[in-house]
Design a protein. Sequence first.
Length: 497
Amino acid sequence: MNTTDFDRFFLNDSEVGVQSFRHIILETQHLLSGFYKNNSDAFNGVQPTKIEKEINELTLISEDGEEPGKVLNDVLEKVVRNSIHVSHPTSMGHLHCPPLISAIAAELIIGTLNQSMDSWDQSSTATYLEERLIKWVSNKLALPSSADGTFTSGGTQSNYMGLLLARDFFCDKRWNWNVKAQGLPAESHKLRILCSEDAHFTVKKSAFQLGLGEQAVVTVETDECKKMNTAKLVEEIERLRSGGLIPMCIVATAGTTDFGSIDPIQDVAAIAQNHGLWLHVDAAYGGALLLSKKHFHKLAGIEQADSITIDFHKQFYQPISCGAFFVREKTNFHYIAHHADYLNPENDEEDGLVHLVSKSVQTTRRFDALKLFMSLRIVGEKNFENMIDYTLHLAKQAASVMDKNPQIEVCNINPEINAIVFRYSDAATGSLNEVNTYIYKRILHSGTALVAKTKVKGEVFLKFTLLNPRTTIVDIEDILHTISQFALEYENRGITQ
């Protein structure tokens, strides 16, 4: 077999390779454009068992290869039609954003170039573009010139890195102990991490992955706005120390998953500094406020953090995955740096080669920075600001409309970002938990919209996460009407005409 037989499978300088690429890209473009032109729902409402059956019936592999059109038709019918369509205005369940067209185009280039962001000789140009974007975000956050960062897969990885560096930094400074070389010190079981009771679950997940156990995480009470109570934070620090335990880190949340609440970062930073604790700010959700002149003040104090999480696949409207992790002092990356002769030898740095693997827990890593770069250039910073400001305004408008509805109970009448937690509260029969669970399922499987379900103090609530700047107050009002209809349906269940 001649190697030229394989040209049609790869984008290359041969005519057959170029034509194959054009053909499948054009067919894919036609498929997606046609679908979205005619799609009217956030989800088609198909039950999970039916979707599973359709996917199980798909042919997974062919012996000699099939025509792209046939495979793409299967993808359209079985995958695309059965997917959650996050670009639809009524898809408002989770922190799952509609992706920008510019970023979708960037994904094609990223996949084509297939750069690996670990060593310079696998990424070249991509290395410098990522470094420039890290510097740009650092400057927007008002971090010092000593700051640095790396792109990550998202908030889970970034929060893990923040607590990893916090642990190793603390062990180094307190006990002169090198965790990388020696493992955990004898007293590591006494280390404690403080965060609000509404902090992301990855704080606890990171703690057990780091060998400290979930026991290491101490949650602090929040106020009526779901923000960390700083008086309680100080009390907890003192209580821990008086009990022989060792606080090492505070995690402040800038945008909780359910309520979008932002802890008083400025006050928490002062407490962390007074007690000699590492401060990590999880701004996976709220970090996008750095693009808003009107709302950036809500992140006041973030520049004092030792480490920061930001997700671009939330309100920066980038396709998954696209996040970043920042440190105030780039020298702290030495706690995770490791050199391999075949990848990032130390002498390369002397020759001016930048190997980004030295500041990441990942080795192979995508060129996600290109998505953000193309979006900032094509969309423009002002349009980003307008979109963010609009969604925050919409959330306040929606909460006001809902608060005036006697059938709706709103938990956060003044949403800090663009998340609203609420429930239907006018049930004549059955528990409110049952009614709201029923409403959630009926909305999902009717294809009307996509809302989320959560719990507040053990009670079932619903949630709007209004990331989409194409969503209007009319969309909200239509969903509220649908909620009332499904509540009535619940009340009348089993009654025959």
